[in-house]
Design a protein around this ligand. Structure first.
Ligand SMILES: [Zn+2]
Ligand SMILES: [Zn+2]
Length: 798
C-alpha cells in the first residue's frame, strides 16, 4: 500500500514553522513514515496480545466482602452487620456519589482520572525520577485505579509489586467503567481501625449517608485515607480541621466549588463523633440477613417514621402489661394498597435477654385462636349457605365425636351469623366449617400462603377453626389485608426484591362476601371491646377481630381499614399462659393505640361498600326469605343467584283438638271438632336446648293417642355417644356412658335399647347413663310415635 500525505498537506495552515515541518516530512516520510507506523502498530498489537494473555492467566478478582446494610424504604439505614472479615466496609451506591463528592476526591487524588487508561505514564516517570534523585518513595504516581488495585490486593511497596499494580489497573479499566472504579475506590478507602469506605466513615462519624454530606464533611473524608497515621477521625481534631481548611482553600483556588460553598464549609465546625449504628427493626434485619447473607444492601419496605412510632408504642405498652407477667408482643403494620410491611416489631425489647427479646414473635408459629373465623363465614356466604342474618344454632353439638364449647362455656341457642362472628361463638363456626368442608377451607389458607397449615394439611380437622393449627402473625396480616382489598390476596412483602419478582394476586373470596364480613367486623358495639374501653380508648373506625388461644397463651387482635392492616400478638415467647391474656383485653388496646397513631384521621380510610350490594328482606327468626307466617322481617345483604332462597318455615300450622290437649295428623284428622293453631317449628337440637335450659316456647300437644299411623321422618337423633366411634375404657372400672338425644317438638317420651334389649324409658331431655360391655354395642332410641334410630359404637380396653 502506498501511503500518500501529499493531497492532505495543503490544509495545514501556512506558517514558517509549519512550512519547515512540511518540508521535513516531504523529505523523509517516504522513507520513515511507513516503517514507524508499522513499528508502532506491531508494538500496540503485541502489547494488547500480551495483556490478553496475562489477563487470562492472572484473572482479576474484585469480589469485595461488604458489611451488610438493612435499609428502610427511604434508604436510611435500619441495621448493619459486620462483613465476614469483621470490617465496617459498606457499599456506596452510585446514586450516593454526589457531584461534590466525586469532584473533591478526583481533584485531590487523580485529576486526570477520566482521561488516563488506569495508569498515568507522565506521573510514573516523574515519580521514578524523583525516587532516583531523592531516594524517597512517593505514592503520588498512583491513580485512583491503581489505588483500587492495591486496596483489592494489599502488597508491600516494591517496584515489582508496582508493576503488578499497573497491570491490575489496566485490567480494572478493561472491565469496569470509570464510575464503577471510583465506586470501588470509595468503598475500599481505609479510615483507620476496621472502618473502610466513605459510607462507613460518613455513617459512623457523621451519622449521615454519603449523599447527605456537606462540602466540609466531604473534604474531611477526602483527606484522611492517605494519611492514616497522622490524620485520623478519632484524634487530633485541630490538625484535621487545619488540613480540611487548607484543602478547602485549594479547592477554591482551583475553582472546584463556588466561593459561597467554600465560605460555608470553612465556617462549619468540625463535629466528629463516633456514633453507634442504628438498631431499628432488628428482628426483620436478622431474618433478612440470614436469608440473603451475600447482598450488600437489603432494602426493606419499612417506613422509617411508622416503624419508630410503632416501636415506641410497643415498648411502652409492654412495660404496662409486665405486671400480669406478660413480657412479649409482636406487631406488623401492612400497607394494603402496596401490599408491603411498613412496620415490623418482633418483640418489644430486643435487648431483654430475660424474656427472650431476640425471639421474632412476628413469625413464630402459634395457635391463631379464633382469628380464622372471618374466613370461614366468608366462605359460607360465598357458598350460598349463609348470609349475615342467617340463624345458626349455638347449642351443645357433636361433630363426629368432636364437641366444642364456647370460650365462656355457655350456649346461646339461636344466633345470627353476625352475632356468632362478633361474639366469636365456637359451635356455629364449626358448623359452617363442617358445611363448607375442611379441605375447601384449608385450600383457601394454602392459597393465602399459610405455610404450617400447608404442611399439616392432612392432620387438620374441624378444630382448625378454633385454633387447632399453627399460623404466624405475618400470615394472619396477609389474610386480613385481603378483606381490605375486596377479597383479593397478594403476598405481603417486607423487602424490595432485586430480581423484580412479580407478585401474583389470587381472588380468595368474592367482593360481596368480603364486604359482608367487613360490615360485621366494623360494628362498634361489641363484646370484644376491652373492659372499660369507653374511658380509656378511642375506638377507631376499623374492622377487627380478636382471638385467644387455648390455655391463654396467645392474645390476638387484627384490624384493618382501607389503608392499613395491623396485626397484634401479645403473650410470652416461652408460651406461658396467663389468666389475664385475652385478645379483647390485652391485644385490642394496643391495636387501637396503633391505629390512632399511624392513621389518626382514619375517616378517609373507611372501608367502602362495593357497587351493587343488593339487599333483601328476610325473616328475623331464621334469616330465610319470609314465609306466610313470618311477621318480623329485617333487611339483609345477599348474593343474587348464590345465596340460599329457601322460604322460612319457622311457624307451622297444626290441627289440634278443641281443648288443645292433643294434635292430629292427616291420617287421624276428624271431620270436625278440631282447630288449626300456629306453633314454632323448631329444629330438634334447639328443642333439646330449650328443654334443658327451661326456655319457654309453645309446644305442640302430644299426638292423638288413638292414631295408628307409623311415622317415618323425624326420628330421634342420638347425640351421645357418637355413632361409629371407638371408646377406650378402663376394664377394671368401666365408666358410665351418657345417652342423650334430640327429638321433634311434639315428642315427650323416648325408649332406650342396648343391643336390642329394652333398657330404660325416659323423658326426651333426661340424661340417661349405662355401663357398656366391651366390644361392639348397638344403641337404639325410639320415640312415642314409634320412630327409631340405631347407632353402634365399639368399646375397647384401655
Ligand atoms: Zn320466619
Ligand atoms: Zn295421627
Amino acid at each position: 500500500m502506498k501511503f500518500s500525505l501529499k493531497k492532505q498537506l495543503p490544509s495545514i495552515p501556512q506558517s514558517p514553522l509549519g512550512n519547515a515541518i512540511i518540508a521535513f516530512i516531504r523529505n523523509n516520510h517516504d522513507k520513515h513514515w511507513f516503517r514507524w507506523t508499522k513499528r508502532i502498530s506491531l508494538t500496540l498489537v503485541a502489547s494488547i496480545l500480551l495483556f490478553l494473555i496475562l489477563n487470562s492467566i492472572f484473572p482479576l478478582h474484585t469480589k469485595v466482602e461488604y458489611a451488610q446494610l438493612i435499609t428502610a424504604k427511604d434508604g436510611s439505614v435500619l441495621y448493619a452487620f459486620l462483613s465476614h472479615d469483621d470490617k465496617w466496609r459498606m457499599k456506596t451506591e452510585l446514586n450516593e456519589i454526589t457531584p461534590e463528592l466525586r469532584k473533591a476526591i478526583i481533584h485531590k487524588e487523580d485529576r486526570l482520572f477520566y482521561y488516563h487508561p488506569g495508569v498515568n505514564v507522565m506521573a510514573i516517570g516523574r515519580a521514578v525520577v524523583n525516587n532516583i534523585f531523592t531516594g524517597r518513595k512517593t505514592s503520588g504516581a498512583s491513580t485512583i485505579t491503581m489505588q483500587v488495585a492495591r486496596l483489592l490486593e494489599p502488597k508491600q511497596r516494591t517496584y515489582g509489586n508496582k508493576i503488578i499494580e499497573i497491570f491490575r489497573a489496566l485490567q480494572l479499566e478493561w472491565y469496569y467503567s470509570k464510575d464503577e472504579i471510583l465506586q470501588l475506590y470509595l468503598n475500599l478507602v481505609p479510615y483507620g481501625g476496621n472502618v473502610e469506605g466513605v459510607k462507613s466513615a460518613a455513617l459512623l462519624y457523621f451519622g449521615q449517608l454519603p449523599n447527605r454530606l456537606s462540602v466540609a464533611q466531604i473534604t474531611t473524608l477526602a483527606i484522611v485515607p492517605n494519611r492514616p497515621t497522622s490524620l485520623s477521625l478519632n484524634r487530633n481534631p485541630v490538625l484535621l480541621k487545619q488540613e480540611r481548611d487548607k484543602w478547602l482553600k485549594r479547592f477554591q483556588e482551583d475553582e472546584i466549588f463556588s466561593d459561597t460553598l467554600i465560605d460555608d464549609a470553612i465556617n462549619e465546625p468540625l463535629q466528629l463523633r463516633r456514633t453507634p449504628l442504628p438498631n431499628i427493626a432488628p428482628h426483620l434485619s436478622y431474618r433478612l440477613h440470614t436469608k440473603y447473607p451475600e447482598q450488600a444492601i437489603l432494602k426493606t419496605t419499612l417506613n422509617r417514621i411508622t416503624q419508630d412510632k410503632v416501636q415506641q408504642l410497643a415498648y411502652n405498652y409492654h412495660k404496662r402489661i409486665r405486671k400480669y407477667n406478660i413480657h412479649n408482643l409482636a406487631v406488623i403494620v401492612a400497607d394494603n394498597k402496596k401490599r408491603e410491611i411498613i412496620a415490623y416489631i418482633g418483640s418489644p425489647d430486643f435487648t431483654d435477654n430475660d424474656h427472650a427479646g431476640q425471639v421474632d414473635n412476628a413469625r413464630a408459629i402459634r395457635s391463631p385462636g379464633s382469628t380464622l373465623k372471618p374466613l370461614v363465614y366468608a366462605l359460607g356466604i360465598e357458598a350460598g349457605k349463609i348470609t349475615p342474618k342467617t340463624m345458626l344454632l349455638d347449642v351443645p353439638s357433636q361433630f363426629g365425636g368432636y364437641s366444642p364449647e364456647n370460650f365462656d362455656q355457655k350456649f346461646n341457642g339461636a344466633v345470627t351469623v353476625e352475632n356468632a362472628l362478633v361474639n366469636s361463638l365456637n359451635i356455629p363456626a364449626v358448623k359452617v366449617l363442617e358445611d363448607i368442608t375442611v379441605p375447601v377451607f384449608v385450600n383457601k389458607l394454602k392459597a393465602a400462603r399459610f405455610e404450617q397449615i400447608s404442611r399439616d394439611e392432612r392432620k387438620l380437622g374441624l378444630s382448625v377453626i378454633l385454633g387447632g393449627c399453627g399460623t404466624t402473625l405475618e400470615e394472619l396480616v396477609g389474610l386480613y389485608s385481603s378483606f381490605a382489598n375486596e377479597g383479593l390476596f397478594t403476598p405481603i412483602s417486607s423487602f424490595q426484591s432485586s430480581d423484580g419478582e412479580k407478585k401474583t394476586t389470587v381472588r380468595l373470596i368474592s367482593r360481596q362476601a368480603a364486604y359482608m364480613i367487613n360490615e360485621i367486623l366494623m360494628q362498634a358495639v361489641r363484646p370484644d371491646l376491652p373492659t372499660g374501653y369507653q374511658n380509656s380508648y378511642h375506638a377507631p373506625p376499623i374492622a377487627w377481630k380478636t382471638g385467644t388461644s387455648y390455655g391463654r397463651k396467645d392474645a390476638w387482635s387484627i384490624g384493618y381499614n382501607r389503608k392499613y392492616t395491623v396485626g397484634v400478638w401479645v403473650g410470652n415467647a416461652n408460651a406461658e399462659g396467663v389468666p389475664e391474656l385475652t385478645g379483647a383485653d390485652i391485644a385490642t388496646p394496643l391495636l387501637f393505640q396503633l391505629f390512632n397513631t399511624i392513621d389518626y384521621n382514619a375517616a378517609g380510610s373507611r372501608l367502602l361498600a362495593p357497587k351493587n350490594m343488593p339487599l333483601r328482606l328476610v325473616c328475623t327468626e331464621t334469616g330465610l326469605l319470609p314465609g306466610d307466617y313470618c311477621t318480623h322481617q329485617v333487611v339483609d345483604y345477599y348474593i343474587p343467584l348464590i345465596s340460599n332462597t329457601q322460604t322460612c318455615k319457622h311457624m307451622k300450622e297444626v290441627p289440634v283438638s278443641a281443648d288443645e290437649s292433643f294434635s292430629y295428623c292427616t291420617a287421624c284428622l276428624p271431620e270436625s271438632g278440631y282447630k288449626k293453631k300456629l306453633y314454632e317449628n323448631l329444629p330438634p337440637a334447639l328443642v333439646s336446648f330449650y328443654n334443658t335450659w327451661s326456655v319457654a316456647y309453645r309446644r305442640i300437644p302430644p299426638h292423638n293417642p288413638s292414631c295408628t299411623r307409623v311415622f317415618q321422618s323425624g326420628a330421634p337423633q342420638i347425640v351421645t355417644p357418637a355413632d361409629g366411634r371407638e371408646y377406650m375404657v378402663d376394664a377394671t372400672e368401666p365408666p358410665e356412658m351418657l345417652l342423650t338425644c334430640h327429638v321433634d317438638n311434639d315428642v315427650k317420651q323416648v325408649y332406650w335399647y342396648i343391643n336390642d334389649k329394652f333398657y330404660k324409658a325416659a323423658k326426651a331431655t333426661d340424661r340417661v347413663f349405662f355401663k357398656p360391655d366391651l366390644g361392639e354395642v348397638k344403641i337404639s332410641c325410639s320415640d312415642d310415635k314409634g320412630r327409631n334410630t340405631n347407632i353402634s359404637i365399639v368399646v375397647k380396653k384401655m
